[in-house]
Design a protein around this ligand. Structure first.
Ligand code: GAR
Length: 217
């Protein structure tokens, strides 16, 4: 049976779009049952509707209190009975109650634990790193601190600005996200301490190289 996935977004939704496209294949192992946003007009909501997937909004701005917003989000999430919630460009910290009830996977545009937070690409560029990338991890109650599932490296070009570097990161991160979500759905996982194991064998599977950036091959 296909795993039920709810994708949470705040913006353009290119990662959500990649998941919607992949999940259209029954062999993927996961179905996107809804795409939700924390603000009206997030681009990815239209992409969901076009794909025939339910779209919902729990606008942060409409709630005076973070606790109330979390409670409203939980109500929406619970209704979809997701096996996995994917935070794909969702720029809000999820409350402990959400994380207790749901398994949340987050995509972050840096090689964690470097450059957590909302401005990862800008921060990596300002630091002057030669290599950055993206991380898929299970969310915990910290800011981008949960156990790492997979990472991909992207070389910084001296001519990069935040936009150009972020575009290159996005082109590889969505492939990684699709790969990881598909594998979590098809193979299952276990987490011991900070070690994430995909599949039932208890050993780390060899990551696919399909999403490795050209320059890193
Ligand atoms: C992605 O690069 C994602 O990694 C990042 O937001 C972008 C969303 O793009 N997430 C964070 O920065 C979370 N801290 P998208 O809306 O086109 O998928």
């Amino acid at each position: 049976m296909s795993s039920r996935v709810v994708v949470l977004i705040s913006g353009a939704g290119s990662n959500a779009a990649a998941l919607l496209e992949a999940a259209a294949d029954p062999g993927f192992g996961a179905s996107v049952v809804a795409v939700g946003a924390d603000r009206y007009g997030a681009g990815g909501l239209d992409l969901a509707r076009q794909a025939g997937v339910e779209a919902f909004t729990v606008p942060f701005a409409d709630y005076g209190d973070r606790g109330d917003w979390n409670a409203a989000l939980i109500e929406r999430l619970d209704a979809y009975r997701p096996d996995l919630v994917v935070s794909a460009g969702f720029m809000r910290i999820l409350g402990a109650e959400v994380l207790e009830r749901h398994t949340v996977v987050n995509i972050h545009p840096a090689l964690l634990p470097a450059f957590p937070g909302a401005h990862a690409v800008r921060d990596a560029l300002a630091y002057g790193v030669a290599i950055t990338g993206a991380t898929v991890h299970f969310a915990d109650s910290g800011v981008d601190t949960g156990p790492v599932i997979d990472q991909v490296a992207v070389r910084v070009d001296p001519r990069d600005d935040t936009a150009s570097l972020h575009e290159r990161i996005k082109s590889v991160e969505r492939r990684m996200l699709v790969e990881v979500v598909g594998r979590l759905a098809r193979e299952g996982w276990s987490v011991q301490g900070r070690q994430v194991r995909l599949g039932g064998s208890g050993t780390r599977q060899t990551p696919s190289t399909e999403y490795v950036a050209e320059e890193n091959r």
